[in-house]
Design a protein around this ligand. Structure first.
Ligand code: PEP
Ligand code: MG
Length: 325
């Protein structure tokens, strides 16, 4: 097994029919970059920036502290792109409970003031993060990803804050770099109306975890309904397929950064839907690559259409994985 892993590490992620696939890492701390590189990731597709904001009794990290953390990640990736998500946390959670009780606590109000909603409602806090990101972009390719968008006007507002942040840095003569701006599609409204977002962003990343939660009305953190949480539910798959197709039509880069991107059972389906960029926990990377190097993406397209039209995609996916092994 270890020999095969070594072999895979040095094998490019290309399908049998020659489709190159980008395999990226999801990370939570700058130090995770080492693990990402060791697993063969060609960049960071999702750097969750929440660690900077948690466990500190409501005291927000300042621009310098954030800049150092983002710079560390960018430098550690040695020229490979790093996609950093702006903070995905809610104000109330941050101030009252996130510091001690961790993620499950702040996920308890999934419909509340979290992620981009909180950022846009606290523009000073948001611009502090944006300035730190812009400054870190001096050290290598950096993309900014906006979480939990539900209306395209939120991208426009974020863009305005980004421009204001540039002006603020210019005013104090602090150098900053170019960034690309991306939209996370993880709310059904954003998935259905993704075309409206595409004029204002450089790329899209599908957050299948929240997309599943919001499409199926199943709280991700509630064990009593965990059996209903299914990222391969036909409705979720239809939305993912729609987003991939729309992005391709408009020539926008699209990747999936939710858990299904790292699930080798679902790799063939995502390839069949035309996905060429996957971002996942680094430990999943070689297993997914193993599926990719054995897959024939163009042949999978027909099968993927059947799966999408089925009311039991789960069964078809499981049968297919069984046959392929
Ligand atoms: C997602 O929702 O799929 C995602 C990648 O973000 P998080 O899991 O951090 O909410
Ligand atoms: Mg999410």
């Amino acid at each position: 097994v270890r020999e095969r892993q070594q072999q895979l590490l040095h094998t490019p992620a290309v399908t049998q029919d020659g489709q190159a696939v980008e395999l990226l890492a999801n990370i939570e701390f700058p130090a995770d970059c080492e693990v990402a590189i060791a697993a063969g990731a060609v960049g960071v597709g999702l750097f969750r920036s929440e660690f900077l904001f948690m466990g500190r009794e409501g005291v927000l990290p300042d621009e310098h502290e954030q800049y150092l953390a983002y710079k560390e990640a960018v430098l550690a990736m040695k020229g490979l792109p790093v996609t950093i998500r702006t903070v995905d946390i809610g104000a109330d959670k941050l101030l009252h409970s996130a510091s001690h009780q961790g993620r499950s606590e702040w996920d308890q109000s999934p419909l509340g003031l979290r992620a981009i909603r909180w950022s846009l409602s606290s523009p000073e806090m948001f611009r502090t993060q944006l300035r730190a990101l812009l400054r870190a972009a001096v050290h290598g390719p950096l993309n900014i990803l906006l979480p939990m968008l539900s209306h395209f006007s939120q991208v426009q507002e974020a863009r305005a804050q980004l421009e204001l942040s540039r002006q603020e840095l210019r005013a104090v003569q602090v150098p900053f770099g170019e960034v690309r701006l991306g939209a996370m599609v993880e709310v059904p409204a954003a998935a259905l109306m993704v075309e409206q977002f595409l004029d204002d962003v450089d790329f899209v990343s599908i957050g299948s975890n929240d997309l599943t939660q919001y499409t199926l009305a199943v709280d991700r953190t509630n064990e009593a309904v965990a059996h209903l949480f299914d990222a391969t539910h036909p409705a979720v798959l239809q939305l993912i397929a729609h987003v991939i197709a729309q992005c391709h039509k408009r020539g926008k880069h699209v990747s999936v950064c939710g858990e299904i991107a790292g699930d080798p059972m679902v790799t063939d389906l995502l390839l069949g839907l035309g996905l060429t960029s996957f971002s996942m926990h680094p430990v999943q990377l070689l297993q997914v690559k193993e599926r990719i190097v054995h897959a024939n993406a163009s042949q999978l397209a027909d099968w993927a259409r059947q799966v999408l039209a089925s009311n039991t995609p789960h069964t078809l996916i499981a049968q297919h994985a069984h046959v392929e092994q």
